[in-house]
Design a protein around this ligand. Structure first.
Ligand code: PMP
Length: 395
């Protein structure tokens, strides 16, 4: 089989598995009407599958900052931070992120994916070890592969399994990077950070947490799981993204270790790519300011999350392990998940369809994500549609 025939075979296999299914992926959004509604297929749809956790995508402060930046600095930087793409705005955002976490240093990357690629591949290399959660995001896994370090997966959120693997590593623990996530992107559960910190300290390893889905969502000021658990100072590196609660695009790594700065000279995903555009930086700075002071947004988000989680549970659905802004409905098969996805779309509700291998442990999911911008009435409508559709999961 040549290269193109291999792709044809993969496409045929996918089609055989899900003859009707591929339309669910990458469905075009024809018009974005607000933080919670869009036009898809010619009709207004309630968006329950974005990562717009704080509902800031149309915030006046962010839009105005972005407009001004375009007018003053143009649409793009046309180059890398190491060359012509290093603007005062990038430096300012780094200082603001460092101050937000009360940490020494911050590096801004062009995407969250690149933040993980660049940070991980800059920190570890051949001869080192990465110990990653079984449900780690693809950007974490790819960063590990890129690094050349030995990759060991521990069972999802299982501190005992992590300890077993650390014990086996013996003297190699000092060259081991443990990587976890604040909130896992598919099941919506949180890492058992206190246990993981204790193990990291006992075995002398280094710890990185990706707060992509927990930034703005957990903790008094929205720092993430590190703040909610009071363990910020125990974690060595924090990565995250601007593309979810901050409604921009880009990523960051913060640390109290002075050595973080060295990553600017070794991380290819930082050096060999164009820096974020002025509009992106400006809107992200404005959004970070809203996020820090957004207790009321977090309150609304969590109220919505609890409402949806408890209602779906009462309707009989099997859900991810804990309530949160990501509510995963676990289905028996890809076909069943697709059927539910289509039925929800018919009722004007957009959710994420997640099938193997993207879903954890071979499962098929309907992933709902909640926003502070959802009204209680919108959430109630979603609950009632789900309740009506429950019989579909018994087929
Ligand atoms: N980390 C995690 C846990 C994620 O879920 C994602 C995106 N889904 C990323 C990193 C990458 O972020 P971005 O989309 O901003 O590149």
């Amino acid at each position: 089989m040549n290269l193109l025939e291999k792709l044809d075979a993969a496409a045929a296999l996918r089609k055989a598995q899900l003859p009707e299914g591929l339309g669910a992926f990458g469905i075009p959004i024809e018009e974005t009407l607000s933080a919670t509604e869009a036009r898809i297929g010619g009709r207004t749809v309630l968006m329950l599958g974005t990562n717009n956790y704080l509902g800031l995508s149309f915030a006046d402060e962010c839009r105005q900052a972005a407009h001004l930046a375009i007018d003053q600095e143009g649409t793009g930087t046309t180059g890398s931070r190491m060359a012509n793409g290093n603007y005062l705005g990038h430096r300012a955002l780094e200082s603001e992120f460092a101050a937000f976490y009360n940490c020494r240093s911050c590096i801004v990357f062009t995407t969250g994916f690149q933040a993980n690629l660049g940070t991980i591949s800059g920190l570890v290399g051949q001869g080192d070890v990465v110990l990653i959660d079984g449900d780690a995001h693809a950007s974490i896994y790819d960063g590990c592969v890129l690094s050349g370090a030995d990759i060991i997966r521990f069972r999802h959120n299982d501190a005992a399994d992590l300890e077993k693997r650390l014990r086996r590593l013996g003297g190699r623990c000092q060259n081991t990077l443990i990587i976890v996530e604040g909130i896992y992107s598919m099941l919506g559960d949180q890492a058992p950070l206190a246990d993981i910190v204790q193990l990291k300290n006992t075995y002398g390893a280094t710890l990185l947490i990706d707060e992509a889905h927990s930034l703005g969502v957990l903790g008094e000021t929205g720092q993430g799981l590190v703040e909610m658990t009071g363990l910020l100072k125990e974690v060595d590196f924090i990565t995250g993204t601007f593309s979810k609660s901050l409604c921009g695009i880009g990523g960051y790594c913060v640390s109290n270790h002075a050595q973080l700065e060295q990553l600017r000279y070794v991380s290819h995903s930082y050096i060999f790519t164009a820096s974020p555009s002025p509009a992106t930086i400006a809107s992200t700075r404005a959004a970070l300011n809203l996020l820090k002071n957004g207790c009321f947004l977090r309150e609304r988000l969590w109220k919505n999350a609890h409402r949806l989680y408890s209602s779906l549970g009462k309707s009989g659905y099997k859900l991810g392990p804990q309530p949160g802004p990501i509510v995963a409905v676990i289905l028996n098969s890809p076909q069943q998940a697709l059927m539910l996805w289509n039925a929800l779309m018919e009722q004007g509700i957009y959710v994420n369809l997640v099938l193997p291998p993207a879903a954890p442990a071979g499962s098929s999911l309907i992933r709902c994500s909640i926003s502070a911008a959802h009204t209680p009435e919108q959430i109630d409508r979603v609950c009632s549609v789900f309740a009506d559709l429950y019989p579909l999961t018994l087929q």
